[in-house]
Design a protein around this ligand. Structure first.
Ligand SMILES: *[C@@H]1O[C@H](CO)[C@@H](O)[C@H](O)[C@H]1NC(C)=O
Ligand SMILES: *[C@@H]1O[C@H](CO)[C@@H](O)[C@H](O)[C@H]1NC(C)=O
Ligand SMILES: *[C@@H]1O[C@H](CO)[C@@H](O)[C@H](O)[C@H]1NC(C)=O
Length: 285
């Protein structure tokens, strides 16, 4: 299941908190920047801690003129901000260097938008911005990776407390006491309710039915308790999927049936995303 990865971003707010779209977008880019740097660097050739602790300068980004999603990955000799030594929350399965990954090139990249410079992620500034807030990553393993990467970055400033983990270790909650900041993940494959069809012998077929009238339970349940949502899902849609709206079947993705409306991956993604955004908007207005 870890193969189906993809991400998408949006911002959300709770009842009374101001929308933090821009912050969410900025955050996502910062996280994306570091999300490939999960598998940390041995603590020799650079000091990961010394250049985040600079005086906080308000990022002067003009989002109107700068499309943050247009750009490229460029080399960054400064390397990752954190290492497997500095990050107390790194999961063993993602500790590549500990498990013998021989190369470290993957740690030296950063995202460069065409129209502007992104300031380097500053955990101190970030934690001050989100003081008192609850941020939730909604999505699949990519969302989870982003959350864990952010955890490692923020751990440079404060070690979070692990306050919740479900039996499958899919939904997690971390709390930064000094900053009263909660960071969590709500696991969902499709954002909307999805069910796998099974063979007569009860094994899964890899074919799914989605109901775009219902968002997935876990994040529906967590939404009232969320100030900032990062929606990050999509790769599970790369398979045969029948899309329904309640009792009505709208069509299918990758099923190739002559008697059924073909829905492209992009259209399918728009459908699940638009109901997700509707639900988030409804909660915030
Ligand atoms: C970090 O990675 C190194 C290999 O580069 C490994 O020897 C060490 O055990 C790891 N440390 C932790 C705390 O995971
Ligand atoms: C279950 O049934 C499917 C379809 O008939 C078959 O391909 C699969 O091997 C079966 N699995 C088991 C564990 O019996
Ligand atoms: C479409 O064709 C498939 C395979 O021939 C059949 O199983 C299915 O019931 C048909 N669906 C509809 C909506 O007619």
């Amino acid at each position: 299941m870890q193969r189906w990865i993809y991400h998408q971003t949006c911002g959300k707010k709770s009842k009374k908190v101001t929308t933090i779209w821009t912050l969410a977008l900025y955050l996502l880019l910062c996280i994306t920047l570091f999300s490939i740097t999960f598998f940390l660097f041995p603590h020799n050739s650079f000091n990961p801690i010394n250049d985040y602790n600079v005086l906080y300068v308000e990022p002067q980004l003009n989002f109107k003129d700068c499309d943050l999603s247009k750009g490229q990955w460029i080399r960054d000799e400064r390397g990752s901000l954190y290492t497997n030594f500095s990050c107390p929350t790194i999961t063993d399965s993602k500790n590549c260097l500990k498990h013998g990954r021989p190369n470290t090139d993957f740690l030296f990249w950063r995202w460069k938008p065409e129209g502007c410079e992104l300031p380097r992620f500053n955990p101190k500034a970030f934690l001050n911005l989100v003081r008192g807030k609850k941020m939730n990553f909604i999505g699949d393993s990519v969302a989870r990776n982003h959350m864990e990467s952010l955890l490692c970055l923020l751990s440079m400033e404060e070690t979070p407390k692990d306050i919740y983990k479900d039996a499958d270790d899919r939904n997690r909650i971390w709390y930064f006491r000094e900053h009263d900041f909660t960071l969590s993940t709500s696991w969902t494959k499709f954002l909307v309710a999805g069910f796998e069809r099974t063979h007569a012998n009860k094994t899964g077929t890899g074919i799914y039915d989605l109901d775009i009238d219902k968002i997935d339970e876990q994040w529906a349940k967590d939404l009232p308790n969320t100030d900032i949502a990062i929606v990050s899902a999509g790769h599970w849609l790369f398979r045969p999927i029948y899309i329904h709206r309640g009792d009505e079947t709208i069509g299918c993705i990758f099923c190739n049936l002559p008697n059924m409306t073909q829905i492209s991956l992009k259209e399918g993604f728009k459908l699940v995303l638009s109901i997700s955004m509707d639900v988030i908007t409804a909660k915030t207005t």
